[in-house]
Design a protein around this ligand. Structure first.
Ligand SMILES: NC(=O)c1ccc[n+]([C@@H]2O[C@H](COP(=O)([O-])OP(=O)(O)OC[C@H]3O[C@@H](n4cnc5c(N)ncnc54)[C@H](OP(=O)(O)O)[C@@H]3O)[C@@H](O)[C@H]2O)c1
Length: 271
């Protein structure tokens, strides 16, 4: 568990459902819950919130024992539209509330994230979201919230993996008590045949994915790998019974090349 600045407890490992088709989501989330995951990361844009909620309802795991994150899509930024979009997400999820609500992208050129954030503050005050945060915010976006908003996000969910270690943002988060959550933690599978990672993994008799996830946990990230494969869903959860050494951690740290797999938050502006 990671304790967020507002006291909310968030499981450090979660199950990401980006690109899981809506009609398969319930089944995959049920598999993840059966393995032991207690944290699911969805978004309005993934069109699979209903499957996440249905899985939680079907498994008999208590609602309060599963940490549910969803995100506000870009087209809905703005005060009133955010309030309306949040209600629709809740209806699709059927979970009564969410544990974490995130602004999906900052869209700096539209200049709406401050109004959006004010709606987030209201949603939290009214109990719709236990905690509120942002995603893909750059240091300059976070600084703007610092200057102009009443409250600070508890979480910033950003692309982060050994090829993109986000030192500047991680250090800002640490200084301001904001949790770092890593999306595409496995670089969408693109790092699983990297030589250093293979060597470190073999040394521990683990898979490259497990070695990378362990690196994330040890640097303090919240991490949300996605898999649609039952064996890999299980494998990605089996990361609490071994530890990377200082040398292993240093070897992975040297892989940083500032290389993104996803869009650049400064210019990404899809409606
Ligand atoms: N906030 C944002 O803007 C944002 C953006 C992107 C993602 N996210 C969140 O982050 C989550 C994870 O990111 P992601 O889905 O982009 O990428 P990821 O978790 O880094 O990688 C997923 C890919 O790796 C494969 N994989 C997973 N575990 C594996 C294993 N143990 N061995 C081999 N291959 C494995 C998966 O294939 P199989 O399914 O075939 O196993 C899939 O192709 C998303 O689901 C979403 O919740 C957020």
């Amino acid at each position: 568990m990671v304790t967020l600045r507002d006291g909310v407890e968030m499981p450090q490992l979660g199950f990401g459902v980006f690109q899981i088709p809506p009609e398969e989501t319930q089944e995959k989330v049920e598999e993840a819950l059966a393995v032991g995951y207690r944290h699911v990361d969805t978004a309005a844009a993934y069109r699979n919130e209903a499957g996440v909620g249905a899985a939680i309802a079907a498994t008999g795991v208590r609602r309060e024992d599963v940490f549910v994150t969803t995100k506000l899509w870009n087209s809905e930024q703005g005060y009133d539209s955010t309030l309306r979009a949040f209600e629709k997400s809740l209806e699709r999820l059927g979970t009564g509330n969410v544990d974490l609500y995130l602004i999906h992208w900052p869209l700096p050129s539209r200049d709406l994230f401050l109004d959006t954030w004010r709606a987030f503050e209201r949603i939290q005050e009214e109990g719709g979201a236990r905690s509120i945060g942002v995603s893909n915010f750059r240091v300059e976006d976070l600084e703007r919230l610092e200057r102009e908003a009443e409250t600070r996000p508890t979480v910033n969910q950003i692309e982060l993996h050994p090829r993109l270690q986000q030192e500047e943002l991680r250090s800002w988060h640490a200084d301001h008590d904001v949790a770092t959550e890593a999306w595409s933690p496995l670089a969408q599978g693109g790092l699983l045949e990297e030589g250093t990672i293979e060597t470190v993994a073999a040394h521990h008799d683990r898979t490259p994915a497990q070695a990378i996830l362990r690196w994330h946990l040890q640097i303090g990230n919240v991490v949300i790998p996605k898999s649609s494969n039952p064996e890999r869903i299980r494998q990605n959860f089996e990361v609490f019974d071994f530890e990377l050494s200082e040398d292993d951690m240093a070897a992975l740290e040297r892989l940083d090349e500032g290389e993104r797999t996803g869009p650049n938050p400064g210019s990404f502006d899809v409606a």
